[in-house]
Design a protein around this ligand. Structure first.
Ligand code: PDD
Length: 283
């Protein structure tokens, strides 16, 4: 596997970053995961714009040109010997002696790394049969709009879900569903799509935004207002959205060690219509 290290493509074993890198010691950085299908990136520019915005939000100077990055990512993709997969990329603030304070540091050089991972198949099994999720309290911080490398909250919640044989943790804060540990969450109510508004409590997923534009094209109303835990429990359909896991029906959920069904426990018709429209967009 080849790695993009700042502006150079190198072999994996040559792509090294100091242990004093702030990404390593503080999780001081941001990341993106970008899907490619049949040799072409999906929504590359949207991901790069969000990447830049995440950097700006935490004060990492983004001295990468978006056009150059698109070219570099495409060269990296070409160096991979598989047509479908995803690209992982992160930018960290740079290397210095460990100190929470960085504002007086003149010589910080942000480090960008990127590499590709093979993912030949789309997640057809989960997309068709749906997944079981764990409903739990959102223990993360209050800037979930930043795609931060600090993922401990999500890591803890997702592993808690997995230990109960659930594929995702669906999170709630103050009685409202926010999102999943690594996905956005939608429900269907009265023929409308409901999803949490894009504020500081969620990551505004690129897949989420594609789904909203699909719904607009199909005249399915989207209400981006927070919905309650109880609206989730009573939803006729629900699904998660993310770059790699795409659109996954939620058919069961665990709450306080009890298992419940969403709707009739199967993928619903509106979910399927949106999945089909999504498939058209990626082909
Ligand atoms: N997860 N919400 C959270 C908290 C996420 O971590 C993600 C993505 C999403 C969906 O965003 P998008 O549609 O842009 O992929 C929502 C990535 C893929 C991950 O951590 O692997």
């Amino acid at each position: 596997t080849k790695v993009l290290l700042n502006d150079k493509i190198v072999e994996m074993n040559q792509a090294t970053v100091s242990i004093l890198d702030r990404g390593y010691q503080f999780g001081d950085g941001v990341y993106e995961v970008i899907r490619f299908y049949n040799g072409e990136f999906f929504e590359l520019l949207s991901h790069l714009e969000r990447f830049k915005k995440s950097c700006e939000e935490i004060g990492i100077p983004f001295h990468f040109d978006l056009n150059t990055l698109q070219i570099d990512f495409n060269n990296l993709l070409k160096s991979a010997n598989f047509p479908s997969g995803y690209l992982y990329t992160q930018i960290t603030r740079g290397t210095m002696q460990r100190n929470h304070l960085y504002v007086h540091e003149k010589n910080l050089e942000p480090q960008l790394v990127a590499y590709t991972v093979k993912e030949e198949q789309r997640p057809f099994e989960n997309m068709t049969n749906g997944i079981k999720v764990l409903l739990c309290e959102d223990i993360r911080w209050l800037r979930c709009d930043i795609k931060s490398l600090n993922l401990l909250g999500s890591v803890m919640l997702k592993n808690q879900a997995a230990s109960l044989d659930a594929k995702e943790a669906v999170l709630h804060r103050n009685g409202y569903i926010t999102e999943g540990s690594a996905t956005n969450v939608f429900i269907v109510k009265d023929g409308k799509l409901l999803t949490h508004p894009a504020n500081n409590l969620i990551l505004n997923g690129i897949t989420r935004q594609v789904i909203i534009s699909i719904a607009n094209e199909l005249d399915i109303e989207v209400v981006d207002e927070a919905f309650t835990i109880n609206e989730f429990r009573l939803a006729v359909e629900a699904f998660t959205s993310a770059t790699v896991s795409e659109i996954c029906p939620i058919v069961k959920f665990i709450e306080n060690n009890n298992e419940f069904q969403i709707g009739n426990g199967q993928r619903g018709p509106i979910t399927e219509i949106i999945q089909n429209a999504y498939t058209k967009k990626i082909n």
